[in-house]
Design a protein around this ligand. Sequence first.
Ligand code: FAD
Length: 451
Amino acid sequence: MKIIVIGATHAGTFATQQILTEHPDYNVTVYERNDNLSFLSCGIALWVGNNVSDPNKMFYSSPDALAQLGATMRMEHNVTAIDPDAKTIAATNLVTGEQVTDHYDKLVFTPGSAPVIPPIPGIQSERVFLCKNWTDAKKLHDNAQSINSVVVIGAGYIGAELAEQYALSGKKVTLVDAFDRVLAKNFDRDITDRIEALYTKHGTVLALGQKVTSFTTAADQITVITDQAAYTADIAVLAVGFRPRTELLQNQVDMLANGAVITDAYMQSSRPEIFAAGDSAAVHYNPTGQDDYIPLATNAVRQGILIGKNIAAPTERYLGTQASSAVALFDMTLAASGLTAAGAAARGITVDSVTIEQNYRPEFMLTTTPVTASLTWDPTTHQVLGGAFYSAHDVSMSANMISMAIQTKMTIETLSMVDTFFQPNFDQPINWVNAVAMAALEKAKQAEPAI
Ligand SMILES: Cc1cc2nc3c(=O)[nH]c(=O)nc-3n(C[C@H](O)[C@H](O)[C@H](O)COP(=O)(O)OP(=O)(O)OC[C@H]3O[C@@H](n4cnc5c(N)ncnc54)[C@H](O)[C@@H]3O)c2cc1C
């Protein structure tokens, strides 16, 4: 069996490992345009803030490690065409310029995503930086040592983390977003209001609800012009989202409107010999039951493993995702899984939601601190659809509890009473996850029509 893998960061690396673990006799050739693989871009912001022990540890695999498993590694090879009828690919060796063609029985399509670069006048400036891969990471880390000011464009979790690390290392930071809140897609206002106050406290200028209209580059500075103001800094970093890099299969397999490859539960595209995973593929989003585009390493890793398990025959089904995520900003933990109220509204889904605050452990302890917990649920079925947490205490694992609740279609009734431990070092007699579900239940009862 001849397998070709296109792209090896997370989805391609995990797929290759799993295929060769399950089928050491398979002939697997990996094409990767970079000279490295498995780079954890989630460490970029931390490295920019000099909070990484050793940047080389931001890789968990290598071309040699995959070669030792038996893969033929074609690093610094850019795949330029796929012919799904002939089952061939064409690639260019980026070092020698040599053109290569190759044949597959099955294709693992994992070329991931590309940063969105909107066609804004002046954006092609040497002072506008991207934040995606190892090359970007080195540039950002190098110039972080000398710059004094930065405009970060995009207040999703990548822009939010970068802005925080720049602020903590003493730079003058402006954070711009077209949404009127930071992390608007990840958290509702009751949590984002608090985090915005922390940015302001740390001197970050929040330019929210503003659209960038142009960039003007001078000798040693750049001005980011929005529909409301102009912000000048040493550099600008663009973090406004990602698009699936799927042009090579355009009109060849079924895709979402944004170009993400749609797969079945076994990661097979509409051409069953072509498998897709990671940022180039759609995910099954359990809170809505729909295909969606949610580019996260968590999805890339699981989908990559599933390709390995299903490459010979459909065997193990994809469970879908809740898009669980967490971020640490200014020593606060923010964690979420599933739908926020705003996210539900944007998708036209009716939910109810509640937010509570309680100290994470009893007041008789020498220290304690509040946890803010939110829950969203389906008002008809009472199924849990999302949850979010905010605290100076590490409440990140609570998002994983919510993830399991959504995955198993748990109701607020069950979540309110599900067994969780109590021990005063760690939590209250009623853990905050049970407590927010109890509050949800109370609200749901009040909403019921009186008989
Ligand atoms: C700054 C940052 C922070 C993040 N933090 C988190 C986090 O904390 N948690 C989380 O879950 N996710 C996080 N993510 C998202 C996560 O990094 C992505 O979801 C993940 O990288 C997707 O992996 P992938 O292998 O599908 O695609 P990619 O990472 O996009 O990799 C695709 C690979 O394919 C190669 N390739 C593309 N086209 C070709 C071609 N034509 N020929 C040959 N090779 C090609 C590329 O060079 C690349 O190596 C973060 C992303 C960024 C940018």
